[in-house]
Design a binder for this molecule. Structure first.
Ligand code: PLP
Length: 373
């Protein structure tokens, strides 16, 4: 890999906005005529909502989901007026005014969230927009069937809340054969029947690749936009994030020499090691100690010993002596190693690796081959 141009970070995260755009278009085409929104919570899964969301808006996306009010306020700044911004967790008590004043739409998940929103509407003498989430079987967020009936039977409700979306969330969308998906769809249909004419949404990334009846009016993909296939049904998504880190030091150790904290790795024979400038403070999981690897031009370089806060050590004995020098880059995410590979070795999911990547990397946004300002 080419020598580093930015000497202030030991690692570089490259984010391909063009790949995110292509992934958005692929999902949008798959679910059409349903509308495709974008889930950009947790700072667009760690990739930078202020960069990702305006690009998606320019690509035709009109609806954005975040998890919290603070994220929604920041996103409104980035997008300006015109885009719909919905808050998946709803609004915590006391946040209702701020939410309404910024033109943000809460997802109301419980009768108490509904009640607080209605109170503000009565104060203001005008209906306030909201989405309503129904719990169709995941037992995480949303109204149960009885609460749905209570609201549907309440003649004052439509005067106080202008329902923009009725939504639910699938527990097993990543498992297309799981009968829980059909069961949730059936329970959601009962709720939809109580709110005729209100647009409906059930599909996350996994749901967008399920059969058409799961697409409803609006799909809410997140992880697939960022290049991770939610299930075996998802084909053609382009990877988005590339991560590289630079070699800080190279050494040779003799048989019997220990490496890293706890001397958890002992060389069985003479080894060449490289210490790489990335660690668990950068979101590289400590669970990869003695398990994971980094790569150099297709050669696997196993992690030796424990991952430290700011560095890790890899065995480069498989490379010719001159192949790597101090300052050179090794690959952590890229053609040789995907987010799913790393997540599998670390005992977690790609979502967690992506959202933990941290703030210390040099961040470079590209669109295809072009570097964005
Ligand atoms: C996070 C989230 C999504 C997006 O999920 P992905 O699996 O990343 O596509 C959609 N809907 C809800 C309610 C969510 O919490």
């Amino acid at each position: 890999m080419a020598k580093h141009l930015c000497p202030t970070s030991s690692s570089r995260l490259t984010i391909d906005l063009g790949a995110i755009r292509d992934n958005y278009r692929l999902i949008a085409a798959r679910i059409a005529p349903a509308m495709c929104s974008a889930v950009v919570k947790a700072d667009a899964y760690g990739l930078g909502a202020a960069r990702v969301a305006p690009m998606l808006r320019d690509a035709g996306c009109g609806i954005f989901f975040v998890a919290q009010l603070g994220e929604a306020i920041a996103l409104r700044e980035a997008l300006g007026a015109g885009s719909e911004i919905l808050i998946l967790n709803g609004v915590d008590p006391g946040g209702e005014r701020l939410c309404a004043d910024r033109g943000l739409i809460p997802v109301l998940n419980s009768l108490s969230q509904v009640e607080r929103w209605r109170t503000l509407a009565r104060e203001r003498g005008a209906a306030l927009p909201a989405a309503l989430q129904v719990d169709s079987g995941m037992s995480r967020l949303g109204l149960d069937a009885r609460s749905v009936a209570t609201l549907a039977d309440d003649a004052a409700f439509p005067r106080e809340v202008s329902l923009r979306l009725l939504m639910t969330h699938l527990a097993c969308a990543d498992a297309p054969g799981n009968s829980a998906n059909e069961a949730q769809l059936a329970r959601f249909a009962l709720a939809r029947a109580r709110f005729p004419g209100v647009p409906a949404s059930i599909a996350n990334s996994g749901g967008s690749f399920l059969p058409e009846e799961f697409h409803c009016d609006v799909a809410r993909p997140g992880i697939a936009l960022y290049g991770v296939a939610p299930s075996a049904l998802a084909e053609g998504l382009r990877p988005v994030a590339t991560l590289a880190a630079r070699v800080i030091q190279i050494r040779e150790i003799e048989a019997g020499t220990g490496v890293g904290y706890g001397l958890d790795y002992i060389a069985s024979e003479r080894r060449r090691l490289a210490t790489v400038g990335i660690g668990y403070a950068d979101g590289w999981p400590r669970h990869l100690s003695n398990v994971g690897a980094v790569w150099h031009q297709g050669t696997r370089l196993p992690i030796t010993g424990r991952v430290s806060m700011d560095s890790l050590t890899v065995d480069i004995s498989a490379l010719p002596d001159e192949a790597l020098a101090e300052g050179d880059f090794v690959e952590l995410l890229g053609p040789s190693q995907t987010l799913d590979d790393v997540a599998g070795e670390a005992g977690t999911i790609a979502y967690e690796i992506l959202t933990q990547l941290g703030r210390r990397h040099e961040r470079r946004y590209v669109d295809g081959a072009q570097i964005c300002a």
